[in-house]
Design a protein around this ligand. Sequence first.
Ligand SMILES: [Cu+2]
Length: 325
Amino acid sequence: MKRSKRNFGIVTSLLVIPLILSACSSEAVEENDVVRADANKTEVIGAHESLIQEPVAPEVERDGSDVYIQMTAQITDVEIANTYNYKAWTFNGEAPGPVIVVNEGDTIRFTLENLDPSIPHSMDFHAVHTAPNKGFADVAPNEEGTFVFPANSPGVFMYHCGTDPVLSHIANGMHGVIIVQPAEGYPTDAEIDQEFVIIQNEWYRYNDLEDMTNGEPSQVVFSTKALHDGQVNTNGTVGGLIDRPLEAKAGEKIRFYVANMGPNEYSSFHVIGTVFDDVYIDGSPFNHYKGMQTVGLPASGGAVAEFTLTDEGEYKFVTHHFNHV
Ligand SMILES: [Cu+2]
């Protein structure tokens, strides 16, 4: 596999794009119940070998402050780069998984349906308080598990599969964002004209825990998840937003719900050609900062980042760790 990395986005008078390019090829050879795609320990679990499970949309239904959320763990090919499909371990067939939005004070009644025929998966919501051995417990293949959590902390949170080895489950694609909207809103709500979800994650050599642990990411990518009807929804694909840049008008105030899935890299999130007027670290209204050039996002970190593009044009966003750009 050839490794190359580029990671930045573009904003126009219209808005943003992230991208990365890389090339990769794999050639599968069966070995016991594992398929080794090359000498670099690229391992497809035998039961996953020819498995492409059609993405199943999440179900979210509200009954008062009870929110019933049904999601799937499933195996799906995700295009990481042109001609390079990664047999991702996913939530609902997307990597990153679909964005989930609830309100502060809601009770999340969550069901995980594990469609993977071979290994257990689970759900770890960073937005909740629970005993992980109970609330984030493994769900066996072809079974489902139901868990109940209060969502009492507003913010932009990561969710991910917490099944051992967690690094493999996250790096193979099982991560996403849950937004808990603050009960009293953000002080800048009335100023916002457009809002988008932006997620950074990195990819490694296929299902190679050694590479995930000690290697360098082969791709560092941005994606966007549809927050409103008609918005673009992408996977963590190199250049995924280049062909379909996010759009806004010059002078509009833009809000990004931005999060870094890692699993390993820090993100120094920066939009070239502007300054973040208002930032809420981890999306908490209490963590209100002004005038930030770059928003630091540790692995699993999130933020609400707001800015205005005064001049018409194309604006890129990057992680300012330029070895990844
Ligand atoms: Cu998993």
